[in-house]
Design a protein around this ligand. Structure first.
Ligand code: ADP
Ligand code: TPW
Ligand code: MG
Length: 590
């Protein structure tokens, strides 16, 4: 047990003289507060992201007193997003702490999003008293939180006895990080925190989780099958998803790609596992490789909407291809199309087994295919180059992103956070990444609002400078956290692509009424002034030069900075690259 816990428990109120007649025997006590803190610390969980309030205010205070870093946010969703990205970056569950009902619900969006993205996190929420909640008698912030959390995460547990806290935290950790990672909910009713128990028994009740995410070795037959399919390929392709980034098997993945000579395509958050400038990177020939490949190796990437479900014209149908899939989740296989060679296991073990099976005489990837992909890619890169050099005023997306692309090239260990529509899709395509787990974005749901939470979580967990590239709408979902960034003096430089609205700032109200169109914001807003309100650096940038200077200064100084990058309101397109997903009205437009 920690010293502070002992000290607290030895105050007269918490000290029991067991036998008043005999020499006094002092029993040292602990309580729920301290057991939660001790259980987290014992398992190396040393940061809590949250928002204080009943019944967890003192938990945050005591955690800080015990050496846990407690980062207080302005809204729980952002705290939850910080915890989720901490989980992605470290392979340890990020901890988010919320108050009951409304705070819990605010955090729940982040928990659901973490689960959807396979990021490990634990949402710990205080809750109201069971007796009152279960009889629906209207307790303060009454809500059956456990029932609501269950369908939105991997596992949900409630603890009623202080003696069970250690086991509950252990179960939560295992559930979050083992197998396919995801979100876990831990429900702690207010009364639990002040429950006392013998300190020694309390210490014994804690569990230090051993091997929380055990290696999952693929079956030898699965490895042989996959290699047989791969050997037969004439136009092979490797797709690297964010699961591959999460796995931290960077050397093995690189060895597999380079030994096979196969072109690779990184998914958004898989970018940088190998540099986007690697000769085998097919990022700039995406549609060609999806359409023309004959065997595709998926490594930690699902065949969901982001890969057109593995079928249809993007995949060159009616011509069909063979998929080899490496994933820790057996049920992912055949989710959308047939997987002819499922390799189930953790990516590190699977890729190592494939490498071993390839031996020393593995044939080079077919030269004509490699040359075709390279030609297509070089062609596309050459077409893009002049657009990025253009010095448009007002800036268009390409002008501004051309600047930021160079900055990331010069500072490859900076972390890039990215959300928006055009701001997201164009940045993803234009900005090359050079190192693994440096690109953090909207993920599987394409959710707006991850920006400041991810930026804060990334800065806290890695200590690296963060460049957050944000659409003006996207930023608004978590914008109040600029105060949090200033408060903790984090090295986060936020660049807002301010095009006066969602997708474009040029829509008009067709009725001619006084309300502006639903996608349009206040014209000429100065987001930079928000930063000044909290003592950070605010810059208004209207040209490429101004933008370059301001970002470089921010990255050099590490000072919290917000740059309002003025973007031509007409330069974006509806929904960025996914406008095709908008349902179309069959009725004639007025
Ligand atoms: P992307 O969006 O980049 O395509 P997805 O989120 O769709 O990536 O897919 C990630 C996949 O990686 C999930 O199916 C998940 O089960 C898998 N995964 C996560 N961690 C590991 C790991 N350590 N080993 C194997 N598979 C993993
Ligand atoms: C939680 C829908 C997708 S993209 C976007 C919205 C509102 C904002 C696009 O405008 P932005 O970028 O950020 O200014 P740009 O460069 O194109 O102008 N609510 C949630 N998630 C999503 N995805 C939406 C709404 C949406
Ligand atoms: Mg915008």
């Amino acid at each position: 047990m920690s010293e502070a816990a002992t000290a607290t428990a030895q105050k007269p109120a918490a000290t029991a003289a067991i036998d008043a007649q005999a020499a006094p025997v002092v029993q040292t006590l602990t309580d729920g507060f301290h057991l939660v803190i001790d259980a987290l610390k014992l398992n190396g969980l040393n940061t809590i992201y949250g928002v204080p309030g009943i019944p967890i205010t003192d938990l945050g205070r005591m955690a800080q007193a015990e050496g846990i870093r407690v980062i207080s946010f302005r809204h729980e969703q952002n705290a939850g997003n910080a915890a989720a990205i901490a989980g992605f970056l470290t392979k340890k569950p990020g901890i988010c702490l919320t108050v009951s009902a409304p705070g819990f619900l605010n955090g729940l969006t982040a928990l659901a999003n973490a689960t959807t993205n396979c990021f490990p996190m634990i949402l710990i929420s205080g809750s109201s008293e069971r007796e009152i909640v279960d009889l629906q008698q209207g307790d303060y912030e009454e809500m059956d939180q456990l029932a609501i959390a269950k369908p939105l995460c991997k596992a949900a547990f409630r603890v009623l006895h202080a003696a069970d806290i250690g086991i509950a935290v252990a179960r939560a950790i295992r559930a979050a990080v083992s197998g396919r990672p995801g979100g876990v909910y831990l429900d702690l009713p207010g009364k639990l925190f002040s429950q006392v128990m013998d300190a020694e028994a309390g210490a014994r009740s804690l569990v230090k989780v051993i091997d929380a995410a055990p290696a999952q070795i693929p079956a030898p037959a699965a490895v042989t099958r996959a290699l047989d399919v791969l050997k037969s390929a004439k136009r092979p392709l490797i797709i690297l998803g964010k699961g591959a980034a999460y796995a931290q098997a960077d050397d093995e993945i690189r060895a597999l790609v380079e030994k096979s000579g196969i072109p690779f395509l990184p998914m958004s958050m898989g970018k940088g596992l190998l540099p986007d400038t690697h000769p085998q990177c097919a990022g700039a020939a995406r549609s060609t490789v999806l359409k023309d490949s004959d065997v595709v190796v998926l490594i930690g990437a699902r065949l969901n909407w982001l890969l057109s479900h593995g079928k249809g014209k993007n995949w060159g149908e009616p011509y069909s291809k063979k998929f080899i899939q490496i994933d820790i989740e057996p049920r992912e296989m055949d989710s959308n199309v047939e997987i002819v060679a499922p390799v189930v296991g953790d990516i590190g073990s699977c890729v190592s087994a494939l490498l071993a099976g390839m031996g020393s005489a593995w044939p080079a990837a077919p030269a004509d295919w490699v040359a075709n992909v390279k030609a297509k890619k070089d062609d596309n890169i050459a077409k893009m180059a002049p657009k990025l050099m253009k010095n448009a005023v007002p800036m268009c997306y390409h002008t501004a992103l051309g600047v930021l692309r160079t900055i990331i090239k010069e500072r490859p260990d900076a972390i890039l956070v990215n959300e928006g529509a055009n701001t997201l899709d164009l940045a993803r395509g234009i900005i090359d990444m050079y190192q693994p787990r440096k690109r953090l974005d909207v993920g599987t749901w394409g959710v707006m609002g991850i920006g400041m939470g991810f930026a804060i979580g990334a800065a806290i967990e890695t200590g690296k400078p963060v460049l957050a590239i944000e659409g003006d709408s996207a930023f608004g979902f978590s914008g109040m956290e600029v105060e949090t960034i200033c408060r903790y003096n984090l090295p986060v430089c936020t660049v807002i692509f301010n095009n006066d609205g969602i997708y474009r700032g040029t829509d008009v109200n067709p009725t001619g009424g006084t309300d502006v169109a639903p996608t349009v914001f206040v014209k000429g807003s100065r987001y930079d002034k928000m930063m000044e309100a909290f003592g950070g650096v605010g810059v208004n940038a209207t040209t490429a030069d101004e933008l370059r200077r301001a970002v470089n200064e921010a990255m050099d100084s590490g000072k919290p900075t917000l740059i309002n990058a003025v973007i031509d309101p007409g330069s974006g397109s509806e929904s960025g690259r996914i406008g095709n997903l908008n349902p179309q009205s069959m009725l004639k437009k007025k």
